[in-house]
Design a protein around this ligand. Structure first.
Ligand code: HEM
Length: 146
């Protein structure tokens, strides 16, 4: 049985939205935003200050003490995972010929994507470096000194 995949630029039918077109537009838009987010992330983590040698728990705690970096990292997580998963969906649709294989691959991709987004979002939103009562001794800049 052959499966017809809509052309990205085919006009929107009256019956259903053209999800293939929206997926294609998402890849372009998220790719442009990811350029800024990913290279900004690499620059700040690997070049500024001590560079790669400065990356440790305190570095992450210091960064996430600022809501700006939480939003930055959260956006990067959501956009990159949906972008990567949608890209892999395209590749699976191109290469997997049997409908069942394609279905299993697509379901697996989106389940893994959703799980990683939920876990990553939980980490970013609930992260508290000061749970340890002694944290103020090694993270004085982030946890209030007692
Ligand atoms: C610098 C940031 C990025 C830019 C500018 C970018 C741009 C793009 C664009 C424009 C496409 C669509 C290509 C097409 O339709 O022919 C694409 C596809 C894809 N991207 Fe990205 N992307 C970026 C980051 C990422 C990341 C972080 C991942 C993985 C998580 C990823 C995984 C993919 C995959 C799997 C495809 C599908 C490739 C294919 O269809 O053969 N990309 N990317």
């Amino acid at each position: 049985m052959s499966v017809v995949i809509e052309q990205p630029k085919s006009p929107r039918s009256r019956k259903a939205a053209n999800w293939e077109k929206y997926g294609w537009m998402y890849m372009r838009a998220s790719g442009a935003i990811l350029l800024i987010l990913i290279f900004g992330h690499l620059y700040v983590n690997l070049f500024v200050g001590q560079g790669i040698k400065g990356i440790d728990f305190a570095f992450v705690a210091g960064k996430w003490a600022n809501p700006f970096w939480k939003v930055w990292d959260g956006l990067m997580l959501w956009l990159a995972l949906i972008h990567g998963t949608n890209g892999m969906r395209t590749i699976a649709n191109d290469y997997a010929e049997r409908p069942m294989v394609r279905k299993v691959l697509n379901y697996t991709l989106w389940i893994v994507c959703a799980a990683l987004i939920i876990l990553g979002t939980l980490v970013i939103t609930t992260f508290d470096p000061c749970i340890d009562p002694n944290a103020s001794t090694y993270l004085p800049g982030v946890c209030a000194v007692k």
